[in-house]
Design a protein around this ligand. Sequence first.
Ligand SMILES: O=C(COP(=O)(O)O)[C@H](O)[C@H](O)COP(=O)(O)O
Length: 322
Amino acid sequence: MTDDRGAADLVPAVEETAESIASMEIRGAATIAGAAAEALAEQAREIDVDDPARFRATMRAAARRLHETRPTAVSLPNALRYVLQRMEGEDVEALRRRVVRASARFTRRLEEARGRLGEVGANRLQDGDVVMTHCHSTDALACIEAALNQGKSLSAIVKETRPRRQGHITAEALRELDVPVTLIVDSAARRYLDETDHVLVGADSIAADGSVINKIGTSGLAVNARERGVPIMTAAQTIKLHPETLTGHTVEIETRDEDEVIDPETRAGIGDIAVENPAFDVTPPRYMDAIVTESGQFPPESIVTLMRELFGDGAETPWAEP
Ligand SMILES: O=C(COP(=O)(O)O)[C@H](O)[C@H](O)COP(=O)(O)O
């Protein structure tokens, strides 16, 4: 049986979502997961087949198409797993219902988890704190929002986050919450740590040893924060836990287009140079004070306990052909 089985029956919504994730129109680990779950529901709703085996094959093909878009955020395969593991039933209508329901439940759980972890993270922030952020993380922003709701007043130092400048999205979101924002270039972070009370980042994946995989620059920020004595936390709901790392696998770091770093004309003017553009890096657990999830906060080294509880010893890949 070839891996292409079911691919001919993919509905446009799946291709559109896959393209938007790959081009980063849809970005950020939690947002990608929600969009993927919704695309699976669209596939289930729109596909016009009578044969349950064919229905299942098209759902697996849709999941494979979504899975191949970006490699680092484990929330994507975790979302696909959540929905496909619930694809049960004897006939197409039953299968369709189960997929649509699972997708809706997944999206609801994303929202609830964000709310709960926000409250946990907010308890680590004090009234008057200056918080430094990196990239744009909805889970990290949830902590700030919850702290504001607790009546705390915060201000933010927002790292620009080259090359894609997701810091601009964070700055805008914080201004909408009326948080005073100072935008800095990435290389100014160490200097501004002297004025920072807490560093707050998100995660694309968390490994079994407590390593945090997040936007490139996070590990340097964490090392500098430790050197300066500034606490740093990762806000990450449990769909960011990477079950395959329980069995020794490492997390693949996405490499993106060189044009994001330098435009081709400027590059040609410089001469023959190599350009590299890794999108994420790995922060060792010893540089992170806490991982904040909807199930509470954890020292990074003990996150493996929560992972075993949630995933057992590893991960299935229900999108693979049987
Ligand atoms: O590194 C990024 C986004 O990278 P990119 O812009 O390359 O997708 C974010 O910190 C995490 O995905 C967490 O985000 P969230 O908390 O929203 O899941």
